[in-house]
Design a protein around this ligand. Structure first.
Ligand code: G3P
Ligand code: MG
Length: 291
């Protein structure tokens, strides 16, 4: 016999939370279920919490402060964006220029890493983060616990200048094991995968033009994950991907109603600016499962 009862915030919002809690307690009592059998949803069906640019809703995106906050909040993985500087360093920044998120200007590809790292990447977000700077990719790997996975999104392959640089970086220690490289540039991903078969690659997409599980199968390399814009993925495409052995990590969902829809269609991870809030939301879904 199997009984599953989900308590979620939608129910809570409707004032039904207390009633469902009582029902859960009664069920536990009448079925003589011991407390060890009442487990959180996350331990039964692991949905990865992936912090977008760290915890970009609560700290300046793509800074160590943001990544460490995501770690503190219990994210399983962080997503970040990389560009190559003029002196060939892997720089963690979303935009190709410093203009929006720092007190400096200019294209990263035209600047030395010293110049990039000298900018203030925190003040634009809040004076509380004044002095935060753009990190090198290696600083993020060093700052986070080894148990945390890192989703490196390559924004611009710079021709193919970034390929060997990134692979060389990932070959240090056990970095490759905790990494998923994603990009909207699927040719780049195929190239990287052919050069390093151990690498986990994820296809980013922002248009619902094909069944992406079928499309992934045509690439002739193993695709680890699909990263669709969250509004563009439905139950059928998710099931197709999961059946084919792929993870599905939609981006960037920040609202409970969006999280609930993604959970209902069976995604395996959610990329969010609010990893702490998503963790709390997932924990509010109780599962009672007598074994
Ligand atoms: O990797 C998911 C997401 O970050 C892709 O879009 O523009 O936020 O980098 P963007
Ligand atoms: Mg990104």
């Amino acid at each position: 016999m199997e009984i599953k009862l989900y308590l979620n915030r939608t129910a809570w919002m409707k004032g039904a939370y207390n009633k469902l809690s009582q029902l859960a307690a009664q069920l536990k009592e009448s079925l003589n279920i011991d407390s060890g059998m009442v487990t959180e949803m996350k331990s039964n069906r692991a949905v990865k919490v992936i912090g977008h640019r760290g915890a970009a809703g609560e700290a300046p995106e793509n800074t160590l402060a943001s990544f460490l906050l995501a770690a503190e909040q219990g994210a399983d993985m962080v997503e970040l964006d990389v560009h190559l500087s003029a002196d060939g360093k892997l720089i963690v920044c979303h935009d190709e220029t410093l203009d929006r998120t720092t007190d400096q200007t200019g294209a990263i590809r035209d600047l030395t890493s010293d110049a990039v790292l000298a900018s203030d990447a925190g003040s634009w977000f809040s004076p509380d983060f004044s002095g935060e700077r753009i990190p090198l990719l290696e600083e993020v790997y060093e700052a986070l616990p080894d148990s945390m996975e890192i989703n490196v999104e390559v924004k611009d392959a710079a021709g193919s200048a970034l390929d060997d640089n990134l692979l060389e970086f990932l070959h240090e220690g056990k970095r490759i094991e905790r990494t998923v490289v994603s990009s909207f540039d699927h040719k780049l991903l195929v190239r990287l995968k052919n050069k390093e078969p151990q690498l986990r690659i994820g296809l980013l997409y922002a248009a619902d033009l094909v069944d992406h599980a079928g499309y992934a199968a045509l690439l002739n390399v193993d695709v680890f994950s699909l990263h669709p814009f969250h509004e563009l993925i439905g139950a059928k495409d998710t099931a197709n991907a999961v059946t084919a052995g792929m993870a599905v990590y939609p981006y960037t969902a920040n609202e409970p109603a969006q999280w609930q829809r993604l959970l209902d269609i069976g995604v395996t991870g959610i990329i969010t600016d609010y990893p702490g809030k998503l963790k709390t939301y997932l924990s509010s879904r109780l599962m009672i499962e007598p074994n």
